[in-house]
Design a protein around this ligand. Sequence first.
Ligand code: NDP
Length: 460
Amino acid sequence: MVTTRRQSGAVLRPTAKAAASPSSPSKAKGTDKSKSSASTTHYEFMGPPGALGIILGLPLVCYGLVFLCNEDTCLSLDALPTTFPDPPKNMPLFSIEACFVFSAWMGYCVLLHLLLPGTMKKGTMLPDGTRLTYKLNGMSVLLVTILLTGVGIHTETLDLQWVHANFLALLTAGVGFAFLFSFVLYFGSFTTTKKGKQKILAKGGDTGNYLYDFFIGRELNPRIGNMFDLKVFCELTPGLIGWLLLDLGFAHAQFKKTGSISVAMSLVCAFQALYVFDALYFEPAILTTMDVTTDGFGFMLAFGDLVWVPFTYSLQARYILEQGVELELMHIIIIIAIKVIGYSIFRGSNGQKNAFRTDPDSPSVAHLKFLKTKRGTRLIINGWWGICRHVNYLGDWLMAWAWCLPCGFGNVIPYFYVVYFGVLLFHRDLRDGEQCEIKYGEDWKKYCATVKYRLIPGVY
Ligand code: NDP
């Protein structure tokens, strides 16, 4: 077993005492403390104006997708709306009941996370030389939830189709929760730990600009007590499982409405369920992702995990319920083929990197060639990772197509996901490339000269 020493982009804030010391640069120069003690001035997402645009824009997109395409209407490219469209008639925008259900869902996830046993895994090395221990039990929470949902539907004590009629009100509850939670995270990042130590901040989220830091996330690993890691919990549990429940709710509503579940609905639900199962089966892999090692926990991830993922990723199942889609056999075969190819690339590449980084001598990866870096880690240069630098993103994007194609070609709205996700992965590849260049320096340049393409072999 080889353990690798990784450095995240995080920064350990100087202690309060050090910051106040006469020799501290900020005090000596008499400058604004929040700015002078910031650990970076580097902005992503077009800086504070971009951050503001995304903070305001993301909720609008979530609502816009429902307003533009619902049971009453669905956007046609021939007749584009000139004003922001009206909400659907039978979907309230807000209800106390939905706020209660959303809060109860969050509470339920927290309770199960605390009560169910989990595997204990160490995270990557932090800037202070320590490593956090994470309790991972998302898969157990998922299995218990599916069992309870199945029993609830079978005994008719749970009316899962309720999520469709109350989708907008649930969305409003989620948006409100995400904003409140992001404020708590932001202000919490200025407090000290029980031992009086300063919190470890994410380098990218410690610019001193309040709006930008609120968006990117200031604190690297906000926790309640020693073990409840808020970021990893939100990344894996309420949003992902909530997304699956929304899909199942739409399938349930279709069954109640038509007496059966269509092939299109079955494909979307099965594909997306596989994605959620995969993420939770390989749960420990989250600990080495950029989200956990480098990004702070702020609005970007909180909104993404709790609102964006469940409410926009379930678009295809909602569309199929509301618009009804029939698929030809050839169409079904092509969709399944794309899913199988996409999943094989996605799982093969992610699994190969994970296996190699865990134990490079294991028979499944011992044949791989690699570039030994000055930083101590090894970059694989053949196998999946010799095809292009983010072949895993390519597989993920192909799967995105397989989720959208069951919606047929009657409307562009359900293809929102494939476009948005393409942009996200393209941007994420650039961000990861920048981070790797900082981490690896010359070694990264050598790696890029060997593995020339970024996302699509022979093209880009
Ligand atoms: P990766 O799993 O690609 O991890 C990138 C890191 O891997 C790099 O920073 C580097 O870190 C290491 N690495 C890069 N190249 C090599 C190599 N050749 N050999 C060994 N290690 C290498 O990125 P993500 O965390 O972004 O994505 C993980 C998965 O999550 C992907 O499949 C992605 O598609 C998916 N994803 C899905 C999203 C969704 O909303 N559905 C959103 C975001 C991601 P180091 O060397 O420091 O270990």
